[in-house]
Design a protein around this ligand. Structure first.
Ligand code: SAH
Length: 251
């Protein structure tokens, strides 16, 4: 499908494993003349770009500073106005802590046609890789996706979240777990609530620790970004899935 005018696809590339790309993401990527790729996107995904497509890295890899958001938006507008089909590849889902909403608003304001291709978000797929369902009949009637990395005056109300009775799925929280776990306990969430931290989920270098809320800060001490933290009864199921896998291997 070639287009007369340019446009932008805001594409979710999934949490890591390139096999978690959607068919639509693969098709949109294959149409693009220009690919703007974020940090967390597995480079294996670029295999689906058109040969000869221009690939521009806009993430922090290699220790460089990330490209400012305003500049990325300008680039997309500029390329699309010149008639290019642009693929903006983001980790996970573009609308979950991905600034995809901001980009869509900016593109539309500039009169650029933009479409969103949803991706598999880390907050669901990474716990799932351990066998943790974020909702589970009898254990959790819902899940909350929350950022652990927010400005001091804009922090989630952890004491209130402690009382919601739902699974807490924390993105970008691994560096601040001591404070987060402390506030959740202060809010009344028992220290023995099951919890898990998973770094590089769905990738070959995935690592995880299944523990309890009170032990979480210590268990996660040497975990770095990107990591997802899950707090709630559902984290118990990680052990069950693991044990089942171990028995399956032994059989
Ligand atoms: N839009 C993305 C989230 C971007 S924010 C999505 O929908 O998944 C970046 C955060 O996502 C990381 O700090 C981490 O908390 C989480 N994350 C992304 N990929 C991950 C992975 N493979 N393993 C663990 N956490 C991951």
């Amino acid at each position: 499908m070639r287009r007369e005018a340019g446009m932008v696809w805001l594409i979710g590339a999934g949490p890591g494993d390139p096999e978690l790309l959607t068919l639509k993401a693969v098709r949109a990527l294959g149409e693009a003349d220009v690919v703007l790729v974020d940090d967390l996107v597995h480079r294996g995904v670029l295999a689906y770009a058109r040969p000869g497509a221009r690939v521009i890295e806009v993430g922090k890899r290699g220790g460089c500073k990330s490209t400012p958001q305003a500049f990325i938006q300008k680039l997309m507008v500029r390329f699309a106005r010149r008639g290019a089909v642009v693929a903006r590849l983001k980790g996970g889902d573009p609308f979950v802590f991905g600034r995809g909403g901001e980009e869509l608003v900016a593109l539309r304001a500039a009169g650029v046609v933009a479409e969103v291709v949803s991706g598999v978000t880390a907050g669901i797929a990474v716990p799932a890789a351990l066998g943790i369902p974020v909702t589970h009949r009898g254990l959790a009637r819902g899940a909350i996706f929350v950022t652990g990395h927010a400005a001091a005056d804009d922090e989630p109300d952890w004491e209130q979240l402690a009382r919601c009775g739902l699974t807490l799925v924390i993105y970008m929280g691994v560096a601040r777990l001591a404070s987060i776990a402390g506030r959740l306990q202060a809010g009344g969430l028992p220290g023995d609530t099951p919890a898990a931290v998973i770094q590089n989920g769905t990738l070959s270098n995935e690592r995880s620790s299944v523990t309890t809320l009170e032990k979480l800060p210590v268990a996660a001490r040497d975990f770095g970004s990107p990591a997802i933290v899950v707090i709630g009864e559902v984290a118990r199921l990680a052990g069950v899935a693991r044990e089942a896998r171990r028995l399956a291997h032994a059989a």
